[in-house]
Every structure is written in structure tokens, then in C-alpha cells.
Design a protein around this ligand. Structure first.
Ligand code: PMP
Length: 392
């Protein structure tokens, strides 16, 4: 018996660039100490008060089926947060609670894509994007943002393939590059969406991790609220990756459809998780800043290490928990460099190639380990790159 073409094609086939990560995990399983700078997850766990509230909510009986679009109090809190941060009037009917941002990405595409429609996305991209689009029966088409343009996508490149496409997926602050899209970039993207009648899916799960510049939600740009679906999540902002809590913000009619989709797929998010999410949001901006702080600190540490050498090139990472580093001066591509670094120094990073063709010759470093170990790992990485480049 055959599985469906749709589900069989979620993985694109061929190498997906995760071999280095899997090899690192295998080494760890065999007892080797490996410094892992791979996965985008905090080195702290969810804060105790949030867990206590989750416990309180479950003991209080919020363990039955919960409202499928999400409980009103949480939808209201998210709507108020979005209104305050973007200026776009948003209410609970614009908010659909989902089990995490990943599920929100899938649901958003299911809401706007018919089978065989073209769904555009920007390369370098978060690893699940093409598979998510294929899972929603779209034909994914990547548009490369150029390293020379500091990975800001060029609206003209998007316009060149936009005819007949249905949607465009963007992500700022960006995983894997850490780049924040400028106002100019976003205005250009918005114009392409309006001119070509595209839905814009804006993945903003890193919107609380801003180190330089400003985060602009493209939903706030002229004429965009009616054609934008924003994906949000508490995974990164509140260190709640395992709680699976996120949302889609969009026009009411789309949220109505998303409720139908959830009724026939997830059947909502557990009530005690939603209660704890509301509690976490009410901790306010100071708590979000506290969760983001270690990455800000490590970014500065890394900048100092990188400024003291001239082999490894940097990308201006204004946000998120990653740095994209250019290792092409070593003569190796990202994957060979990552493999060599793992072998020589037991440091695991992600090859740029695992996030698309545009990041070839780069590696992604997640700033997700304790400060001094992180700084040391970067020093080792730079010294290794210098040695490779000297031996060319
Ligand atoms: N979008 C981006 C860009 C991400 O990096 C991630 C997680 N790494 C997600 C969405 C999904 O996160 P979650 O499902 O945990 O909310």
C-alpha cells in the first residue's frame, strides 16, 4: 500500500543538510563531549512561575476540551499586545490559537493555498518551510536573498516570479541569518504583494529578540492587514518551546476557516497551557527582555571575538538567537567546514546549505550555550578557520 503523494513529498529528497547535527548527536550518544551550537532553543527551561500556573490551572480543572479558537482571555491578551505593538486595531476575532508557530505556519498556508498553487518563500529559510508548503499541497518556489545584500530580499526578485503565485512567506527577525528586514525591504515586499494580489504570511516568532534596529510587522503597512497572516509563538519569547503555544493573526474570515481546520485536526490547545500562556504574557515586557538578554550578551561576546580576526565574515544580525558566519575564505563550503570543525574540535554548527542555496559557504551558529563556553567555542572556531585559510 502506498502513502499519499502529498505526505510522501513533505521531505524533498536528497541531502537536507542535517547530517552534521545527526552525527553530533551520535557522538554524544557514544560518550564524546560535543559543544552544540545547532538547535534554536534556550539553555534555560520554562520559568517556574509559568509552570506553577500551568499546575494551578490543571488542578483547577482546565483539563477538558478547551475552546477551539482559544480561550477568550488569551485571544484578547494577544490582540491587545498586537494592537499596542503594531498600531493595527486587532481583536479576538483576528486571533486563532494554535499548538505552536509550526502548526500556525501550516494552518496559514492551508487557509490560502489550493492544491498546486505556487507559494513563494525566501532563501535562506527556516528548515521546515519547503516541507510545510508541500504538506499544504503548494508548489514551493524559493527566492534567493543575496549574501552581498546582507540577506535582505530584493522586492524586484520577488516580483519577477510573483505572477500567478498565491502567497509569499517571510521571516523577520530571520532564522537562520539573524537579519532584520529593513523598512525599505518590507515596504517593497508589501508593494509586490499588493500589485500581484499575494497573501503575505509573516513569521514573527523572533519579534522579541531585537538587538539593533526595529522590528516592523508588515501587517501594519498600507493595505496589508487584509492580506497578511502573522505567525506568532511563545516558544522563543517566553522559553516555552515544549508547551506548543502559538497563533495566527489575520482577517476575521480567515480565522473562521482556521477554526474549521482546527476542529478537524488539532481540536485546539490544552486549556491549562493556554492559561499558563496568559499568565506568561501578563508578566509583561520586562520578562520578555529577561528571556532575550542572554542572546544579546552572547552576540556582543561574539562580535568582540570576530572583530579580532579577518577570516570569518559576519552578517549583520540585528535579531534572533543566531549568527550566520561566512567561512568561504577557508576554501570550504559550509557543510565541509561544519564537518571538519566537528571532527577537529567537537563543535557542532549548522551548515548554511541546510537553509538553502543562498547561504552556501556559511555556517549558522546558535547562541544557545552558557556565555564563557560560547565565547571559547567561537574563539576555537575562528582559530580553526584561520588555520584552514593559512594552509590553502
Ligand atoms: N518559525 C521559525 C523561523 C522558527 O525558527 C521556529 C522554531 N525554530 C518556528 C517558526 C516554530 O516554532 P514553534 O513551533 O516552536 O512555535
Amino acid at each position: 500500500m502506498q502513502a499519499s503523494t502529498r505526505i510522501s513529498s513533505i521531505l524533498g529528497g536528497g541531502s537536507d543538510g542535517w547530517e552534521v547535527f545527526l552525527r553530533a548527536r551520535q557522538m554524544i550518544a557514544e560518550g564524546t563531549a560535543v559543544t552544540e551550537l545547532t538547535i534554536g532553543e534556550h539553555d534555560i527551561r520554562t520559568a517556574a512561575p509559568i509552570l506553577q500556573d500551568m499546575h494551578r490551572a490543571s488542578m483547577a480543572g482546565h483539563t477538558g476540551y478547551a475552546a477551539i479558537p482559544g480561550i477568550n482571555a488569551l485571544r484578547d491578551a494577544i490582540a491587545a499586545r498586537v494592537t499596542a505593538r503594531t498600531g493595527v486595531p486587532t481583536n479576538r476575532d483576528n486571533v486563532m490559537i494554535t499548538p505552536g508557530g509550526q502548526s500556525a505556519l501550516f494552518a496559514a498556508h492551508m487557509a490560502v493555498i489550493d492544491p498546486g498553487d505556487t507559494a513563494l518563500y525566501i532563501d535562506p529559510y527556516y528548515a521546515t518551510y519547503p516541507g510545510t508548503l508541500r504538506g499544504a499541497s503548494a508548489v514551493p518556489v524559493a527566492i534567493e536573498a543575496q549574501a552581498e545584500a546582507a540577506f535582505q530580499p530584493r522586492p524586484a526578485d520577488i516580483a519577477a516570479v510573483a505572477d500567478g503565485a498565491k502567497s509569499l512567506l517571510v521571516n523577520s527577525p530571520n532564522n537562520p541569518t539573524g537579519v532584520i528586514y529593513s523598512r525599505e525591504t518590507l515596504e517593497g515586499i508589501a508593494e509586490v504583494c499588493r500589485d500581484h494580489d499575494l497573501w503575505l504570511i509573516s513569521d514573527e516568532v523572533y519579534d522579541t529578540q531585537i538587538w539593533e534596529g526595529t522590528h516592523i510587522s508588515p501587517r501594519a503597512l498600507e493595505g496589508m492587514a487584509e492580506r497578511t497572516l502573522v505567525v506568532g509563538s511563545m516558544s522563543k519569547s517566553h522559553a516555552m518551546t515544549g508547551s506548543r503555544i502559538g497563533w495566527v493573526i489575520g482577517p476575521e474570515e480567515i480565522v473562521e476557516h482556521l477554526i474549521n481546520l482546527a476542529t478537524h485536526t488539532t481540536y485546539g490547545v490544552p486549556g491549562y497551557i493556554q492559561d499558563a500562556a496568559l499568565f506568561a504574557l501578563e508578566l509583561g515586557d520586562a520578562f520578555e527582555a529577561e528571556i532575550a538578554e542572554p542572546f544579546r550578551r552572547r552576540r556582543t561576546l561574539a562580535q568582540n571575538v570576530l572583530a579580532a580576526q579577518n577570516v570569518v565574515g559576519t552578517v549583520p544580525n540585528g535579531g534572533a538567537m543566531y549568527m550566520m558566519l561566512d567561512v568561504s575564505a577557508t576554501g570550504l563550503n559550509g557543510e565541509s567546514f561544519a564537518n571538519a570543525l566537528l571532527d577537529a574540535h567537537h563543535i557542532a554548527v549548522m551548515p548554511g546549505e541546510s537553509f538553502g542555496a543562498a547561504a552556501a559557504g556559511h555556517i549558522r551558529v546558535a547562541m544557545t550555550i552558557e556565555d564563557s563556553a560560547f565565547e571559547q567555542a567561537l574563539k576555537t572556531l575562528c582559530a580553526f578557520a584561520e588555520q584552514l585559510s593559512a594552509n590553502r
